[in-house]
Design a protein around this ligand. Structure first.
Ligand SMILES: Cc1ncc(COP(=O)(O)O)c(C=O)c1O
Length: 301
């Protein structure tokens, strides 16, 4: 596996995905033609049915940190359709580690299909109301949870320093493009990609959440290697709410066999095509498909 640095725990990798798959991620690059535009997309959603998209890369460093922590359990946070919890439950089950989740929601609500999958993988679910869930970054609460359950805490969405480590595996797939386009929530994936790009490249970030400028501030405080910018957003930013145009784009993308998730990748492609049609995108660009297709079960077409 020549392209992967020795610092990545190969034994851990092999427990999650075939090492042969990870040594040739470039093969997930595919060309598409949609709305008159031709473009390339790195279909990380095809990596694995559950550990798909950015999830595997974000979890890797956290799982490494867990292994050296001496804790016996993994604990994280997420919403009722969380792609992150879905992937974590699978990874933990695969590595034979107990997992638990603090979920924003109420126990009397019917379980979503995402949470049902998590439970099936053995993840224990604890529901939190909005007020309690807001404390998910509070160090005191996290320490209490960690001590109470002997748990290693992974931040919501796999955020944090450990969350960027696994993106090293993507370096050979992104080098060579003028622009790399990625959707952002916490921004962990964007930062992880940036660490593996060159100063001559540009990272274009499509922010899928309304965060009152928090991500912009965070990125501005880092000295990222490549140039970077936020894409113009031709869409509504109500998290999880699709406009009719976005639904139609998902349908057109389905036709060319490019399934999109309803939160991140639909916004990525919409912003990309919007910019392309205005001549604002290099012809030599790569879109990162960050997965999330399990979340489509939460939308009714
Ligand atoms: C499918 C998908 N794409 C993109 C993102 C955004 O990634 P990040 O939080 O690393 O910015 C997420 C959130 O984790 C996601 O689930």
């Amino acid at each position: 596996m020549p392209e992967v640095s020795k610092e990545i725990d190969l034994e851990l990798l092999a427990g999650l995905l075939p090492v042969s798959t990870l040594s040739n991620l470039q093969r997930f690059r595919q060309s598409y033609q949609l709305d008159g535009e031709i473009f390339e997309c790195l279909r990380l959603d095809q990596l694995h049915p559950t550990l798909s998209g950015n999830k595997f890369f974000k979890l890797l460093g956290h799982l490494e940190a867990f292994r050296s922590s001496g804790r016996s359990r993994l604990l994280s946070f997420g919403g009722r359709w969380s792609n992150h919890l879905h992937a974590l439950a699978h990874a933990a089950a695969h590595l034979d580690v107990p997992s638990m989740a603090m979920v924003l929601g109420y126990p009397e609500q019917p379980l979503t299909e995402t949470l049902r999958d998590c439970q099936r993988q053995g993840m224990a679910l604890y529901f939190c109301n909005r007020k309690q869930y807001q404390q998910r970054y509070d160090e005191t609460w996290r320490q209490t949870l960690s001590d109470q359950y002997d748990a290693w805490i992974i931040p919501e969405g796999g955020d944090g320093e450990a969350g960027v480590r696994g993106f090293e595996l993507l370096q050979p797939s992104v080098i060579g493009y003028d622009e790399v386009w990625v959707a952002a929530g916490t921004g962990t994936s964007a930062i992880g990609l940036a660490e593996n790009m060159l100063p001559s490249q540009t990272l274009v970030i499509v922010n899928a959440v309304q965060d009152q400028g928090a991500l912009a501030e965070r990125l501005a405080s880092l000295s990222l290697k490549p140039r970077w910018r936020f894409a113009d957003c031709p869409y509504s930013l109500r998290f999880g709410k699709l406009t009719p145009e976005q639904r139609q784009l998902m349908e057109r993308a389905d036709v060319v066999d490019l399934p999109l998730d309803p939160v991140y990748t639909v916004r990525l492609l919409s912003a990309f095509l919007h910019a392309r049609q205005r001549g604002k995108v290099s012809d030599n660009s790569l879109l990162i498909h960050s997965g999330g297709l399990q979340g489509r079960r939460g939308m009714s077409f």
